[in-house]
Write a protein that binds this ligand. Sequence first.
Ligand code: UDP
Length: 236
Amino acid sequence: MKYKRILLKLSGEALMGEKNYGIDSKRLEQYAQEIRRVKDLGVEIAIVIGGGNIFRGVQAENAGIDRVQGDYMGMLATLINAMALQSALEQGGMYTRLMSGIKVESVCEPFIRRRAIRHLEKGRIVIFGAGIGNPYFTTDSTAALRAIEIEADVVLKGTRVDGVYTADPEKDKSATKYSSLSYQEAYEKNLNIMDMTAFTLCQENNLPIIVFDMNKPGNLDKIVIGEDIGTLITSN
Ligand code: UDP
């Protein structure tokens, strides 16, 4: 096994599947199956999930809601997704814990680093909801920070494209895929893999990132056993 403890980042939008808003139960079930396969390999799994399918802080300003309030709304949106994912994982026979960046005592535990690590050691899948718990951050930054805190081996950023391209492959047909990149190159070429806060955290702490297609069955377990899937971003 190449990676023993992973942090999987899923965007909220990924959960929409074919829908325009909200959560697609088929997609959720599909992700639960993918995660189950990795779990069965004995890998410790933490997950950060976004909220973009429900609400983003930046949208709030258009609706006359101030940014900070909007960001908290966005964090709560990630919790809704996290709860849906938790259910899907449990239905798939996995043990889970949901830990929140803001206190929502009736629903889940607060994030406590040592506790999160203990859950992982016991084989529970830990989902981090509500981001870091502070406005002006994103769930990408949450993924980077939590991965460092729990000493994950890698951040796996699941997307709907199969890696990082020289240009947007959905718009530019001549775009080619990188199989690997250094943080420096990604920064100089402005490849927008994650926001700068997230990216800098990974770089400064030497935490590898893999961008890959989460919708392709089998990709996640191939990555974990060390196959070259997606784009790997490291220091060299
Ligand atoms: N958010 C925040 N602090 C955090 C994480 C998230 O304020 O630590 C808010 C922010 O408004 C963001 C929203 O939650 O727009 C949803 O998260 P994100 O946009 O990262 O979700 P994704 O794009 O991955 O679906």
